[in-house]
Design a protein around this ligand. Structure first.
Ligand code: ATP
Ligand code: MG
Length: 471
């Protein structure tokens, strides 16, 4: 086994040790830092220290010893303190004992022993402590078998999981998050308790749930966490729209694909090509309209007409409910979902340049993300078909490049402004100005006239005269 002294070789631990002995309190490193060190993962920039006694006093004692005397930020209400030293953030907390009442999220908190503190942590691998006092410097304190669980790659609660999860149901999300990040197995009784307690997640705030969920979405293979969320029943608690995608229906011997398992595969596919969390979200939500518009047509089989438009609208509902960023972010995801079949429509034969121009105009700068999304959407297991689809999209990409070179439509502003139209015809702001402006834009997108100022101006004069004469 690894010597715990390796974990605390950074000089800052010697200083914490001296400060703790000065004050006569016991001090331990716990949590993510110890865990990630043992796993050989990149070391976190935050270190959690537990003091048996006052965490605030320990932080202040340490600050006095450190060069440059870093500022200590105190959170009186929580009895915690934080300071930054070099590029690390040190978090101090006094050992606590917590008890919860079932009707309240607010625990009754009292001072406790180290073991009390370890007991209230989420998983055994996060409850492992390393002693910092000179006497016993570098000893592991592992009452719940965290080291063994690290070796066996298991997530297990220190207490009866029913107690750990009902005290703070967010821990169920954290179980899935760690399973996805570390690729650990959730210990079967712990997993059973998640299934049993999943509905308790409804007392947890959307913000806390999203912090964990977005960490799952940011893993290299999000389907691992997404499948677990679904199978434990947690997904249905906060994203019922995604849970509803699961299932295959059969009518007259015709099946449609299971859109849940399809969706999480699409999220995996896109995650190979982007770290952009919101493009990953677009992949997650791209089919959410499907269960609602699904119809069986005896002539053509299953149809999902209009699911993209409806799905786009649903993005807003989901973002509001989950307290995700509104504004530019939700607009972007909505646009991706709403446009998620547009490039596919272009792969049919007889596609006109004007259709390509329109796609480019509507997608603007997001066209590359949209192409990534539609390519990720190919989940057929038929290699020949897959190659054909990818080839079709390659053609669309080539045509987009060609049209873009010719027409520069990406961030396009029509060449004639409303003001210019008003000046040319002596018009006040109003309906006619809008009509003329739209007509110019349409003429350019349809390829009736060139995308340049002179052509647009000539067109404006002709068209404007015609409609104004008609009255
Ligand atoms: P990371 O920083 O990678 O998210 P971490 O394990 O450090 O992982 P934090 O959220 O920083 O997670 O929490 C630090 C420690 O505090 C955890 O290791 C765990 O011991 C404890 N902890 C955090 N949140 C909870 C919780 N909801 N219930 C119980 N213990 C928790
Ligand atoms: Mg941490």
């Amino acid at each position: 086994m690894m010597d715990a002294k390796d974990i605390i070789k950074d000089s800052v631990f010697r200083e914490i040790s001296a400060a703790a002995d000065d004050l006569g309190v016991e001090a331990y490193v716990v949590g993510g830092y110890v865990r990630d060190y043992m796993l050989g993962r990149p070391l976190p920039h935050d270190i959690d220290v537990v003091a048996v006694g006052s965490g605030i006093a320990l932080a202040e004692g340490l600050a006095k010893r450190l060069p440059g005397k870093p500022v200590v930020t105190i959170f009186k209400r929580f009895g915690t303190a934080m300071l930054r030293y070099n590029d690390i953030e040190l978090e101090f907390v006094g050992a606590r004992k917590e008890s919860y009442r079932s009707d309240s999220r607010k625990p009754v908190v009292e001072d406790g022993t180290l073991e009390d503190d370890q007991r209230r942590r989420d998983f055994t691998i996060n409850a492992l402590a390393v002693r910092l006092n000179a006497e016993g410097y570098g000893t592991f304190i592992d009452p719940f078998g965290g080291i063994g669980d690290l070796e066996r790659e298991i997530l297990r609660t220190p207490l009866d999981p029913d107690i750990t999860f009902s005290d703070d149901p967010l821990r169920m999300m954290r179980a899935v998050r760690f399973a996805a990040q570390l690729r650990f197995t959730i210990y079967p009784p712990t997993l059973a308790a998640i299934r049993k307690n999943a509905s308790r997640l409804n007392i947890v705030s959307a913000e806390r749930i999203m912090t964990e969920f977005n960490k799952i979405m940011a893993t290299p293979k999000p389907s691992v966490g997404l499948a677990l969320l679904f199978e434990t029943g947690l997904m249905a608690e906060f994203l019922p729209e995604i849970a509803a995608l699961q299932g295959v229906e059969e009518v007259e011997g015709q099946l449609h694909k299971d859109n849940f398992y399809h969706t999480i595969e699409v999220v995996d596919n896109i995650s190979k090509h982007t770290d952009n969390l919101w493009l990953r979200w677009a992949a997650l939500l791209h089919d959410i309209g499907k269960p609602i518009v699904k119809k069986f047509d005896p002539k053509v089989g299953w149809t999902f007409h209009g699911h993209e438009f409806l799905g786009g609208k649903m993005v807003n509902t989901v973002f509001k409910r989950l307290k995700l960023p509104l504004g530019a972010t939700s607009k972007y995801v909505r646009k991706m979902v709403a446009m998620s079949s547009r490039p596919t429509a272009l792969t049919n034969e007889n596609v006109t340049d004007s259709a390509v121009r329109r796609l480019l105009f509507d997608a603007g700068d997001d066209i590359d993300d949209l192409m990534k999304l539609v390519e990720a959407d190919i989940t057929t297991k038929n290699e020949k078909r897959k190659r054909r689809y990818l080839n079709n999209f390659k053609e669309v990409r080539d045509r987009l490049v060609k049209v873009e070179e010719e027409d520069k439509l990406r961030n396009w502003q029509p060449p004639i402004s409303g003001q210019e139209i008003m000046d040319a015809f002596g018009l006040p702001p109003g309906r006619e100005v809008g009509l003329i402006k739209t007509a110019i834009r349409e003429a350019i997108l349809e390829g009736e006239i060139h995308n340049d100022y002179d052509a647009a101006k000539a067109y404006m004069l002709r068209f404007g005269k015609a409609i104004l004469e008609k009255g």
